[in-house]
Ligand binder design. Structure first.
Ligand SMILES: Nc1ncnc2c1ncn2[C@@H]1O[C@H](COP(=O)(O)OP(=O)(O)OP(=O)(O)O)[C@@H](O)[C@H]1O
Ligand SMILES: [Mg+2]
Length: 423
């Protein structure tokens, strides 16, 4: 139980930190990218404006004619100048291959003049990133053409990607550290919880143990008084004695159940497994509870194989079936039906106790395995119920690494199904 809480605590803390970290990473990466591209765009626009002014004399001199292409190996920027009829008249580029890749984009450029945009072009051996900006070339309000510039910003873009990778790596390392620290912290914070739980468990175990003897004395004393034929008891006294005996029995049951649960929680409390025939156990339990069923005119049908070997704690398994059958009888009205099924498939043994009783509402189904939880307290008390039976049943099943589940329909009936490994 504590291990489960500890694991949840660590998981919750780590998940929270991971979420915060991812948010931080996203914000810092995209923030940086936004600032970076904003600055690059501004720069490109300023640059293209300056260039647009500088090329005015050239365009005035050469409004038409052949395309002037210049390969500038030492340059950094790609220039493209178009005249008013959108004919390319000058191109200048520092790299022939990249020029061929950019050119189709320039030819079909749809962005408004005075704007810059970045594009990613797939090229071998690797993709390249360019920022492209355009501007009108004008002389005294008269537009002569358009200039496009493209700048290779791949190196900067790559640095941004490296930054993202570094962020991810730092994030992973940080998460490992958080997980480790979380584990240590969870272990520490569990110590006081565990101590107080242990004290409470010890108290319950001691108190129930101490109460058993006085209760036994009270019960035998009451029985002895009732059995004394010589004493002249009024009707009132004998009725009071009967009620007292009933209450002492109930108290005795609570104390025994509490002691079972307190011992079950004790560290190292194990089940004592042995090979036995579970079919015999089922018959024994049915036999001991059949007087109760007969009293309520309830029919118990059994479908079990002749023999089914199980490696488990015989006493506990007997107690488990007793709890389930006892509930089925208690919560089934007169003339109802109970069906006990025992099957084995490969290594799995399935014990199912089905009744045609009052059923359990879905919300209550989630809580019936909790201690002292009773759907209808007055009804359960009337039946002598303490609300501890299913908690003990759950513990027995968990101690055998099995599963117990309930399927129920209010007013229709309930089925408790237990699955255990036969070995
Ligand atoms: N077969 C069933 N049909 C309907 N309700 C059930 C059935 N089994 C259990 N319940 C409900 O679940 C509650 C918890 O059951 P549980 O066996 O733990 O306690 P109990 O029967 O009240 O007392 P006891 O400790 O004597 O068994 C019951 O009070 C009852 O409301
Ligand atoms: Mg019960």
């Amino acid at each position: 139980m504590f291990d489960e809480i500890r694991k949840r605590l660590v998981f919750f803390n780590t998940a929270l930190m991971a979420l915060l970290l991812i948010c931080l990473m996203i914000v810092s990466y995209f923030g940086l990218k936004l600032i970076f591209f904003h600055e690059e765009r501004q720069e490109a626009v300023t640059y293209v404006k300056e260039e647009a002014m500088e090329v005015v004399p050239f365009l005035k001199k050469k409004p038409s004619g052949d395309v002037e292409e210049r390969f500038e190996p030492n340059g950094k920027t790609y220039y493209y100048i178009y005249n008013l009829r959108h004919r390319l008249i000058k191109a200048e580029f520092p790299d022939q291959k990249r020029h061929l890749a950019i050119f189709p984009f320039i030819r079909n450029w749809k962005e408004p003049v005075g704007h810059a945009k970045y594009i990613i072009i797939k090229m071998s051996p690797k993709r390249r990133v360019f920022i492209i900006a355009s501007y009108n070339i004008s002389d005294q309000m008269k537009i002569l053409g358009t200039i496009y510039i493209a700048q290779d910003i791949t190196t900067w873009y790559d640095r941004l990607q490296v930054y993202l990778l570094a962020l991810c790596l730092i994030g992973i390392i940080f998460l490992i550290v958080v997980y480790w620290v979380g584990n240590v912290m969870a272990n520490r914070s569990m110590i006081p919880i565990y101590k107080s739980f242990e004290q409470q468990r010890q108290f319950t175990a001691d108190a129930s143990h101490e109460l058993r003897t006085p209760l036994a004395v009270l019960l035998s004393g009451t029985e002895a008084i009732m059995a004394d034929k010589e004493s002249q008891m009024s009707l009132f006294v004998s009725q009071t004695l009967i009620d007292m005996k009933d209450e002492i029995r109930k108290l005795n049951k609570i104390v025994t159940n509490l002691l079972t649960l307190a011992r079950a929680e004790e560290e190292g409390q194990k089940v004592f497994k042995e090979y036995f025939n579970i079919v015999e156990v089922v018959h024994e339990v049915v036999h001991s509870l059949s007087p109760l069923a007969i009293k309520k005119n309830i029919d118990i049908a059994i479908k079990v194989p002749d023999q089914l070997g199980l490696f488990a704690d015989k006493q506990r398994l007997c107690q488990l079936i007793y709890i389930l059958l006892d509930n089925a009888i208690k919560y089934t009205p007169t003339k109802g039906k109970i069906f006990i099924l025992l099957t084995k498939k490969e290594d799995n043994v399935r014990i199912s106790v089905q009744d045609s009783g009052i059923g359990i509402a879905p919300d209550d189904q989630k809580r019936i395995f909790e201690r002292f939880y009773r759907v209808d307290k007055s009804r359960s008390r009337e039946q002598g119920g303490t609300g501890l039976g299913l908690s003990i049943a759950k513990w027995i099943v968990s101690a055998h690494n099995g599963f117990i589940e309930v399927k129920s329909e209010p007013g229709q009936g309930t089925t408790f199904e237990v699955r255990l490994k036969s070995q």
